[in-house]
Design a binder for this molecule. Structure first.
Ligand SMILES: [Zn+2]
Length: 487
């Protein structure tokens, strides 16, 4: 890993490399189906997890096994009416005229009259929608709490990162904005939170919510192209002039790019800009949305990043040794997405140099045929001048905005939570009067899936040894016993 001197010793890692990492994965999220022709395939998270597991990376992380988010937790950002809609809407209930109207008003559902409006299909009424939202939001909240209570240095939820969801509206395949919820949770314990978005699309939902806030800085690197014949590249926002408002002025930074960005050009922007952001904003925690649609060959994105180029952003931010929340996001060529998030998990635990480039036999290997069964798929070289004046211009504009940033706000005379205020997570749940939270308290979501439950009882055994081990435990009656280590 290239730390470039930023790696600092910490209580957990004197060598500046190792981090305490926790990881959330819930098969219930991965099984959701947006529809046959939809670009969003949540199964990509299961594919990434299968690779993570096969490469042996689970042994280097603590698994976060948590309850889903509660309605009350969603309402910390989302409108009551929108939360009720997400709770009530099902493919069957959608036939009810009233519910259909409510859904359509919130950007959810298929149009009946204008079948040509493809954007209306972005956020379909899917089976298990409510459960899906609660689970991925619960994962991001739990990951944020693991950073806040000081038990982890890096927390990962590849099923999160839904950056387009608005307060009262679904957008861009996103229903609940788990990022806003997680940042709000972090703000309870940290003074300043930095949000960085490397999805090919602008992180509009997160920016919109925090654009007047000086304790949260949002930085989005994205494709911005509004000069298209039909319609601008989604969502059509995120120009460099958008710098936030009021107290939050200059705490919003947009880095709009053109199609075709490769590793070299991307890093020519990312590193100097992030250096300046880290120096001027001095965040206490960083949230990195790792949307993988900025990779080469994405079905929707138009960048040319390799896995290493994309992961370079993760390793660079990791090197500052500030509590780091890694979230997923977009990504529509599923084999590329899974390769990337697996490799970035390896970066998080400091093992990226140790994992093989050969995709191991793990049940999904046939999906990697087009990339020669290699973790690092090939990005064809493009001829052209390496010197790009446009890159210089974008960098200059961004740095000029950053030059306007005031020094870090102080706590003098203001009520702010103390820096790195530690919380006791168990006590947090015990004191929680929310009935829903109590109902789900310490519920392990894998318990919903008998296969996952058995797998866990066998101690995360290698899949090849799993059935053998299972047989042995059945013989000894362990499978039917209650897990003793639940928390
Ligand atoms: Zn995207």
């Amino acid at each position: 890993m290239d730390t470039e001197g930023h790696s600092l010793p910490s209580a957990s890692c004197g060598d500046g490399r190792k981090r305490r990492v926790c990881y959330y994965y819930d098969p219930g999220v991965a099984n959701v189906d947006y529809g046959a022709n939809h670009n969003m395939v949540p199964r990509r998270v299961a594919m990434a997890h299968a690779l993570v597991e096969k490469y042996g990376l689970l042994a280097d992380m603590e698994r976060l096994r948590v309850r889903p988010a509660t309605e009350a937790e969603l309402r910390a950002f989302h409108d009551d009416a929108y939360v009720r809609l997400l709770r009530d809407i099902t493919p069957d209930a959608y036939h009810d005229g009233d519910l259909r109207d409510r859904a359509r008003a919130c950007g959810v559902g298929v149009p009946e009259t204008d079948e040509t409006d493809a954007s209306a299909y972005d956020n379909p009424v899917i089976d298990g929608l409510w459960d899906y939202c609660l689970r991925y939001a619960g994962g991001s909240l739990a990951a944020a709490r693991a950073l806040a209570d000081g038990s982890s240095d890096i927390a990962i939820n590849w099923s999160g990162g839904m950056h387009h969801a608005c307060r009262g509206k679904a957008s861009g395949f996103c229903y609940v904005n788990d990022i806003v919820l997680a940042i709000q949770e972090l703000l309870e314990h940290f003074e300043r939170v930095l949000y960085v978005d490397i999805d090919v699309h602008h992180g509009d939902g997160v920016e919109e919510h925090f654009k007047r806030e000086s304790r949260v800085m949002t930085v989005s690197f994205h494709l911005y192209d509004i000069d298209r014949d039909v319609k601008p590249f989604f969502p059509g926002t995120g120009k460099v002039e958008d710098v936030g408002e009021g107290d939050g002025k200059y705490y919003t930074l947009n880095v709009p790019m053109k199609a075709g960005m490769d590793d070299e050009r991307y890093q020519q922007l990312f590193r100097p800009i992030m250096d300046e952001v880290m120096e001027k904003f001095v965040p206490d925690a960083v949230v990195l949305q790792c949307g993988a649609d900025s990779l080469y060959g994405d079905r929707l994105g138009e960048f040319r990043l390799s896995v290493k180029g994309h992961a370079g952003c993760v390793s660079y931010l990791r090197s500052f040794n500030v509590p780091l929340l890694l979230l997923g996001g977009g990504g529509y060529t599923v084999n590329h997405v899974a390769s990337c998030w697996c490799y970035e998990t390896a970066v998080a635990v400091g093992k990226e140099k140790e994992i093989s480039d050969e995709i191991p036999f793990h049940g999904y290997e046939h999906y990697y045929r087009d990339q020669g069964y290699k973790l690092h798929f090939t990005v064809p070289k493009k001829n052209g001048n390496k010197k790009d004046d446009l890159i210089d211009k974008i960098k200059q504009d961004a740095l000029m905005n950053l030059a306007m940033l005031k020094p870090p706000p102080t706590t003098v005379g203001e009520h702010r939570p103390s820096k790195r205020h530690a919380i006791n997570v168990k006590a947090h749940y015990d004191q929680n009067q929310d009935k829903e939270a109590k109902k789900y308290r310490w519920c392990r979501r894998e318990d919903d899936d008998p296969m996952e439950r058995l797998h866990r009882l066998c101690g995360e055994a290698d899949r090849y040894d799993f059935f053998t081990e299972l047989g042995k435990r059945k013989m000894s009656g362990l499978v039917n016993s209650t897990p003793s280590d639940s928390k």
